[in-house]
Design a protein around this ligand. Structure first.
Ligand code: SF4
Ligand code: SF4
Length: 198
C-alpha cells in the first residue's frame, strides 16, 4: 500500500463519518495526543540522542511507507485537517520501493511538518537507546493508537446495532444507516469493506 493510497483512504474514512462518530473519533485522537505529550515530557534523555547526536536519522533515507500507516494518517488528519492539502502534494513525491528522506520534512531539511505530539506512532515511540524509563509511556501511546484502529473495526457493527434499535423503537420508516451502508442514506455507494485494514 503506498502512502498516496493510504492518505486517500484516510480522507475517505474521515469524510464518511457521521457528526457523532467524528466527535467520538476526535475524543480518541485527543487521548493519543495527551499520551504523546506525556511521552515527550518524559523522553528527554532518549530525545537528546535523536536531536543532538544523530539529528533525526530516522527521518532520512527511510522506507516512509513502512513507517507511516493508515491509522497514523487518520490521526493526523483528524487533529490537523489544515495539513491535508500539503500532505496530498507531498505524497505525490513518493517513490514506492525506494528509500528516501521523509516527504513530511519541512523544506526537505526538517523539522517535521507535524506538531511534536501529532506524530505517527512509530516516529514517536521508536528510540535507539535511553528508553528504558519510558516504556510505560510508549505502551500507552501504542494502546491509544490501537483504540483508533478498534474504533473503525467496530464502526459498522455499532451502526447496524443502532439501526436495529431504531427499527425496534420507531419502525423501519424512520430508521436509517449512515452513508455507505446498504439501505442507508447513501445506499448507492459501494460499502467500504477494507476500512478495518491497515
Ligand atoms: S531513534 Fe536513533 S536513529 Fe532515530 S533519530 Fe533517534 S537516535 Fe537517531
Ligand atoms: S513523519 Fe515526521 S517524524 Fe516521522 S519520519 Fe517523517 S519527518 Fe520524521
Amino acid at each position: 500500500m503506498s502512502l498516496r493510497y493510504k492518505l486517500k483512504k484516510a480522507r475517505n474514512l474521515l469524510s464518511a463519518l457521521t457528526p457523532e462518530e467524528h466527535a467520538e473519533l476526535t475524543g480518541i485522537c485527543q487521548t493519543i495526543r495527551q499520551s504523546q505529550e506525556t511521552l515527550l515530557q518524559n523522553a528527554a534523555t532518549a530525545m537528546q540522542q535523536c536531536l543532538h547526536n544523530c539529528e533525526g536519522l530516522c527521518c532520512r533515507n527511510a522506507r516512509v511507507d513502512d513507517i507511516i500507516g493508515l491509522w497514523d494518517l487518520v490521526y493526523i488528519l483528524c487533529l490537523a485537517p489544515d495539513l491535508a492539502d500539503d500532505m496530498a502534494l507531498r505524497v505525490e513525491l513518493e517513490k514506492p520501493f525506494y528509500s528516501a528522506d521523509c516527504m513530511f520534512l519541512k523544506e526537505a531539511a526538517g523539522p517535521c511538518i507535524f506538531a511534536p505530539a501529532i506524530r505517527p506512532e512509530v516516529c514517536i515511540t521508536t528510540f535507539c537507546s535511553g528508553d528504558r524509563s519510558i516504556q510505560k509511556q510508549i505502551r500507552r501511546v501504542k494502546r491509544d493508537f490501537f483504540k483508533l484502529h478498534w474504533f473503525f473495526l467496530w464502526r459498522k457493527p455499532r451502526a447496524v446495532r443502532r439501526y436495529l434499535q431504531q427499527v425496534l423503537k420507531n419502525g423501519h420508516g424512520r430508521a436509517s444507516l449512515p452513508a455507505g451502508y446498504p439501505h442507508g442514506a447513501n445506499s448507492r455507494q459501494k460499502p467500504d469493506h477494507d476500512s478495518h485494514r491497515r
